[in-house]
Structure formats: structure tokens, C-alpha cells
Design a protein around this ligand. Structure first.
Ligand code: 1HN
Length: 348
């Protein structure tokens, strides 16, 4: 508010407050507690046909070692210069070329990756290596050492999602680099899945990753099978289609404390009814084509395209052919804080 908007005597009073770092709440209250969320995220699409060539060009410009992480950040036009895909999450697209290493480091922020192309890519998390294949979800819990490499052929490309903006809002960011580019492998491949991911659990299970799932790789083949098996036995949710989340086997909760992730399947011709929720989401198309209508604006997406989705904004989705979509959001954090809310419109 500009000075001119206040009556003269009030302004004179406010001027006396400022030097002592005081402010009149009655001038601020409506802005602090809006009647409903006014989400600033702009719905925005990054088509893979545009991003991939630029990412490969970055591959000619510098090595993964030089870059530390060679990533093009999905920067929402509403948040220029702040490395955010939406109000609360960071996301980007990362490239590793054959023989390269993205060196080992750790940070308080947690990361989740959705693999788009990989023939020989891998991530190592706290001494366990996991091969990456198209559609796999691999988590890097906050505080764990992680490095990436590539023993195979062709580019390895994935989407990174991190809770960096939330960690930095709380001003809790720590980070550390390992002197060696790659950490020592101390566990057998598949260890975390063997111990925690079979449907059986140790008698007194404790996640080595604290509030994160003890399983850090969710192979696409399994997730996709689960989704399509669901189709054989139940009808789709009118608002969500067929949707299954990546679960922490210890408590059934989300995989990470601040990032939620799920996989959605919409059969060809299926349209979802109007839905909105407070979580800040983004989505990567894994298979097929889908149109998303957000507040009257339509966005068409195909394989590997990425979209930023504003919270608390009505939307519908329609699959013009069988579509599988990977979603991630801050719902995991919002639920823990007692903030998450959804609303379902009329089924048309
Ligand atoms: C990070 O550690 C990775 O490990 C990717 O691949 C993106 C963005 C911000 C901060 C840390 C990675 C990142 C990041």
C-alpha cells in the first residue's frame, strides 16, 4: 500500500512505527489470511522436443564433473530467478553422458528422480548402487551421499524434483562434498528392496533414511504393472482415473517427508471430473497423450513433456490415447502440517 492511501493522521502514526520495526496488523490482515489460496504458480509446459536438444547442447559445453550437476532448471515464469517449478518445489532435467560422473555430495534437501532415458545410468545412495531404467523412480533422501554415473550408451536423462525451496524457506540448508568423485559401494545392488520392498519386513524395521522410505528405487515395470492390474479389477476414480502412489512400506505414507509422488493411468477417451487440491504439483507424461484444462486454458502433452500445475486451481484431464503420468507435489509436507485440502466438482 502506498502512503497516499491512508488518512493523514493514520499515516503520521504509521511513520512513527517504521523506525522501531513495528507495523499495524489491521492494514495487513486481509493479505496475510486470504479467504482461499491465491496460488502464484503459472501453469506452464516444457515440451521434451524443445528441452532435450538444449540439454544435449549443454552436454557439448561442459562435462557433468565440471557442472557438478548438469541440469536445465524448470523455472516457472511466475518465479523467475528462484529455481522453482511451482510455489514450493524445485525441478529440472539432468543429463549424464557415457563415462561421466556427477560427483558425490549430500545436502539437507531431498531429491526424487523420474528416469526418461537410460541405458547404463546409475545412482549410488549411501553405499548402494541402483541401475536406472526408463520410468524408474529413485529417491535420494535428504542427508544421504549420492553420485550418478553412466556405464552404457547414449544420453541418460531424468527429471529431478527437490524440496530445496521448502528447506531454504526454513533456512535449514546444509551441504557437503566428498573428496572422491564416487563414494564407496558398501551394499549389494538391490539391498534396500530385498530388506524392505518385498511385502515382508524385518520384525522391528527402522528406515536407514529417517522420515524417508527405506526403499530408494521403484522400478517402472512394477509400478506400471500394479496400475494396469488395478484396471482389471476396479473402475477408474471419476476425478483421478487410476492412481497409485509410491509408498513407504513402513507406514504406508509417501516416499519422502516433503515430496509426494504417484503414477496415474487414464484410459483412452477418459475425462476426469473437475478437481482441485492445495498441493503444488508438477507432472511428467510417461506414455500417451493428455490434454489438461486449467481454469479454461488447455495444455496438450505427449511423452516426456513436463507441466507445472498451480495448487487450488480447478482442472480436468482427458486422454486422447492411453496415458500414464508421473506426478509429484508438496502434498507430503502439507499433510504433515495439517494444511492439505481437496475439493471435487460435479461429475459431468
Ligand atoms: C542435486 O544434488 C541433484 O544430485 C540434482 O542429481 C539437482 C538441484 C539443486 C540442488 C541439488 C543431483 C539439484 C541438486
Amino acid at each position: 500500500m502506498t502512503t497516499a492511501e491512508f488518512p493523514k493522521d493514520r499515516q503520521a502514526f504509521y511513520d512513527k512505527l517504521t523506525p522501531g520495526s513495528l507495523a499495524p496488523l489491521w492494514e495487513r490482515l486481509k493479505g496475510l489470511v486470504p479467504p482461499e489460496p491465491r496460488n502464484k504458480t503459472r501453469p506452464f509446459v516444457w515440451p521434451y522436443t524443445e528441452v532435450r536438444p538444449l540439454l544435449l547442447e549443454a552436454g557439448d559445453l561442459l562435462t557433468a564433473e565440471e557442472a557438478e550437476r548438469r541440469v536445465l532448471v524448470f523455472e516457472n515464469p511466475a518465479f523467475e530467478g528462484t529455481s522453482r517449478i511451482n510455489s514450493t518445489l524445485y525441478a529440472g532435467m539432468q543429463l549424464i553422458l557415457p563415462g561421466e560422473t556427477a560427483p558425490a555430495h549430500k545436502h539437507a534437501a531431498g531429491a526424487l528422480r523420474f528416469v526418461l532415458e537410460s541405458n547404463g545410468g546409475y545412482t549410488t545412495v549411501d553405499g548402494e548402487r541402483s541401475e536406472m531404467h526408463r520410468g524408474d523412480v529413485v529417491i535420494t533422501p535428504g542427508g544421504t551421499f549420492h553420485d550418478h554415473g553412466h556405464d552404457g550408451e547414449g544420453p541418460v536423462i531424468w527429471v529431478d524434483a527437490l524440496d530445496v525451496p521448502m528447506v531454504n524457506f526454513f533456512e535449514c540448508g546444509f551441504s557437503e562434498e566428498l573428496p572422491d568423485a564416487q563414494q564407496e559401494i558398501t551394499k549389494k545392488n538391490g539391498h534396500s528392496t530385498a530388506e524392505f520392498g518385498s511385502g515382508m519386513l524385518p520384525l522391528d524395521p527402522v528406515s536407514p533414511f529417517g522420515a524417508n522410505s527405506p526403499v530408494f528405487a521403484y522400478p517402472y515395470a512394477r509400478s506400471r504393472n500394479a496400475l494396469f492390474a488395478l484396471k482389471e479389477s476396479v473402475s477408474p476414480d471419476p476425478y483421478l482415473g487410476y492412481a497409485l502412489r509410491y509408498a513407504n512400506p513402513l507406514d504406508g505414507g509417501w516416499v519422502m517427508p516433503m515430496i509426494a509422488a504417484w503414477l496415474t493411468y487414464l484410459p483412452e477417451g477418459f475425462s476426469t471430473a473437475p478437481y482441485r487440491a492445495t498441493d503444488n504439483q508438477a507432472m511428467v507424461v510417461s506414455e500417451g497423450h493428455v490434454s489438461i484444462e486449467i481454469n479454461g486454458e488447455t495444455f496438450d502433452l505427449g511423452p516426456n513433456d513436463v507441466i507445472a500445475l498451480p495448487g487450488w486451481t480447478w482442472r480436468t484431464m482427458r486422454a486422447s490415447e492411453d496415458a500414464v503420468m508421473f506426478f509429484f507435489s508438496d502434498r507430503s509436507a502439507q499433510e504433515k502440517l495439517g494444511l492439505w485440502k481437496e475439493e471435487r466438482g460435479n461429475v459431468g
